[in-house]
Write a protein that binds this ligand. Structure first.
Ligand code: HEC
Length: 432
């Protein structure tokens, strides 16, 4: 368990209260069970002094060289152009109607906030607001945050820090600059009932706890979720909330790029947000360990590194994933777009292939092994993660948390990795 500390300005305190969680420091637990406190602004992290290098900063550069530009026609067209430049498919659209983020004055069940994403970048857009919110994975910053005003002048992205970190570097995001999907009990106006627990959800969450405050389209048999529902006389009205193909009765879907808030996109978003946070948390922990304990004993460091890397490995391998008891079917083309991104091996097998009958993916090793976030992990940490993965692929006697990985499945995953990301399987000099 991690302790949560808070050491920021009053402004941040207010925002943190809004998010009901507080943390500006990452507190990784070291091998002997003590806590090491890491401030985002201290060495070696220095969040606000660090040069950003990510999909948005590259787009900003391209815009300043005038190699690209786009025109303001209307806000929907503007959003389309933005998504195109960021290589984000509109099929990734999911809709959240709870007043849980920054622009609460615009968000309601009749005017939900749309979120679009690809493997590294998330865009939040609200009909009726000219401010677009963007978060993106950045190898040094974990998550970097931007706003963009949709106006007729040339697009100008503004990099943001504490306005966003007040919520986006809290327990919702594992204490590091990150991303989140949250579920709670909304009233008819979209405000969560504060007396009830809200959950950060991911691939391990029970469906029963997911998507309170979100719209959900698609089929899921007799599995129950909290989406498409408000509190009525103290209980969530879930009589007709499931297995919906359209949301027309809730709001005007023509205001959005698609009429969907696809269940499969929501499930991918939940995994991806917490996978990103897990990468960042582990990376920050190792950077801090190397900085603060430069003279640390080798064997002590190895133990600590093993523990930090295991967090990544277990999430990459979908340990403790919620077992689906009914098939889940997308309402949109999200799945096709997602899978088409590949890569696939010569037999056409890909880590992006969905199962959606008993679990999310056919081959449970996260497609985020292909991401820059994975490759940019501290070399020591990345090596340790690869080594643990190799051991799990080859081991005869697996421990219980990996019991979902049958021999056949491990063999198939190993073959896909060999064809598509072979460096993970390569031994370091000195390894046996
Ligand atoms: C009051 C808390 C709060 C503040 C402040 C806030 N956010 Fe968020 N943000 C959330 C929550 C909670 C979510 C999860 C979706 C939801 O409930 O709307 C979220 C989701 C997002 C997402 C979708 C990806 C994800 O993490 O799920 C983006 C993009 C985003 N926020 C950008 C920003 C940016 C940029 C800022 C600063 C300009 C910001 N946010 C400020 C609470 C906040």
């Amino acid at each position: 368990m991690n302790m949560i500390f808070f050491t920021r300005s009053p402004i941040m305190l207010l925002q943190c209260i809004a998010a009901t969680v507080v943390c500006a420091c990452l507190i990784p637990q070291n091998a002997s069970g003590q806590f090491v406190s890491v401030d985002l602004e201290s060495e070696p992290l220095q969040y606000s002094k660090t040069q950003a290098s990510n999909r948005i900063s590259k787009l900003v550069e391209a815009l300043s060289n005038e190699s690209i530009s786009w025109k303001f026609e209307d806000k929907k067209e503007y959003l389309k152009a933005l998504l195109e430049h960021l290589d984000i498919s509109e099929t990734s659209q999911v809709l959240v109607f709870s007043k849980t983020s920054m622009q609460v004055q615009h968000i309601s069940p009749r005017n939900p906030r749309a979120i679009y994403f690809n493997d590294d970048t998330y865009v939040g857009w609200i009909h009726g607001s000219s401010l677009v919110e963007i978060s993106t994975n950045d190898p040094k910053l974990g998550a970097a945050f931007y706003t963009l005003r949709m106006t007729s002048s040339a697009p100008r992205f503004r990099q943001e820090t504490y306005q966003c970190l007040g919520c986006h570097a809290t327990t919702m995001t594992k204490g590091v600059p990150g991303h989140t999907v949250r579920s709670g009990f909304p009233n008819y106006d979209g405000i969560f009932d504060v007396k009830r627990e809200a959950f950060v959800t991911d691939e391990t969450s029970d469906f029963k706890e997911r998507w309170g405050g979100w719209y959900v389209t698609g089929e899921h048999g007799d599995l129950r979720h909290m989406g498409n529902a408000y509190l009525r006389s103290g209980t969530l009205d879930t009589l007709r909330n499931g297995n919906r193909q359209t949301l027309d009765e809730f709001f005007d879907t023509s205001n959005y790029l698609t009429p969907h808030s696809d269940i499969q996109a929501l499930m991918v978003l939940e995994h991806q947000t917490q996978m990103h946070n897990t990468f960042t948390r582990a990376d920050f922990s190792v950077r801090s360990m190397l900085h603060e304990h430069a003279d640390q004993d080798e064997s002590e460091r190895a133990v600590q590194l093993r523990m930090i890397a295991k967090d990544i490995v277990d999430r990459l391998l979908f340990c403790n994933e919620f077992a689906l008891s009914a098939p889940v079917k997308s309402s949109s083309e999200f799945g096709q777009f997602f899978m088409a991104r590949g890569p696939a091996d010569s037999l056409g097998r890909s880590l992006r292939e969905f199962d959606m009958r008993t679990r999310m993916f056919k081959y449970p090793l996260s497609y985020l092994i292909y991401s820059e976030a994975f490759d940019a992990l501290q070399p020591l940490l990345r090596d340790e993660v690869c080594q643990q993965l190799r051991q799990i692929f080859d081991c005869e006697n697996l421990s219980r948390e990996y019991s979902h990985l049958t021999n056949e499945l491990r063999q198939q995953i190993r073959e896909i990795v060999l064809a598509t990301k072979p460096d993970i399987l390569q031994l370091r000099s000195g390894d046996s």
